[in-house]
Design a protein around this ligand. Structure first.
Ligand code: NI
Length: 180
């Protein structure tokens, strides 16, 4: 960012439920590939795609790239609803791992760009510790709570072939988000 001339970015096609790539285990990224900037163009495309489709997060398998990479952000308010006390600017995590710090299950509504037109209530642990590499290969570690933890867990699930519908307990909460 900040330069006047940038290489053209691309909006990637988002795979929808039923695509095998959404049900497989994604592969670890080698640190050396990050340090050499080999995935930089992909990270830019991922960002462009998330913005284009107004997503809160996007995992690499969702754009047909079976690597352990997620991008997410947290807005303090989304679609007129307060979601979090602290906003998080768009952030890329590579090879993310987490540990549950508070396993109290919180129910909240989730949706997914790979499962269009639907939303449902999903229980997620209240607080986690996240370990990952940043886009340059540097290790990062931090804690995430409530909606922030939810977004990280939803995106990380995509790396193991899990979609949020798999975690719904109250199936009566599944609903359409559009009028037909
Ligand atoms: Ni998703």
């Amino acid at each position: 960012m900040g330069t006047i001339y940038q290489s053209p970015m691309a909006i990637l096609k988002v795979s929808k439920l039923g695509a095998p790539v959404l049900r497989g285990r994604a592969s670890e990224v080698e640190t050396i590939d990050l340090k050499r900037g080999r995935l930089k163009p992909f990270f830019e495309d991922l960002m462009e795609t998330m913005v284009e489709y107004d997503g809160t997060g996007l995992a690499a398998p969702q754009v047909n790239m079976p690597l352990r990479v997620v991008l997410y952000m947290v807005e303090a308010e989304r679609k007129g609803r307060k979601t979090a006390n602290l906003a998080v600017a768009p952030r890329i995590l590579v090879n993310p791992e987490f540990e549950i710090l508070d396993k109290t299950e919180i129910e909240d509504v989730e949706a997914c760009l790979s499962v269009p037109f639907l939303a449902a209530s999903v229980p997620r642990p209240k607080k986690i510790r996240v370990r990952a590499l940043d886009p340059t290969g540097k290790p990062v570690i931090y804690e995430a709570e409530d909606f922030h933890a939810r977004v990280v867990l939803h995106e990380s699930d995509h790396l193991d072939g899990v979609v949020y519908l798999d975690r719904v307990k109250d199936r009566t909460s599944i609903h359409y988000t559009i009028d037909f």
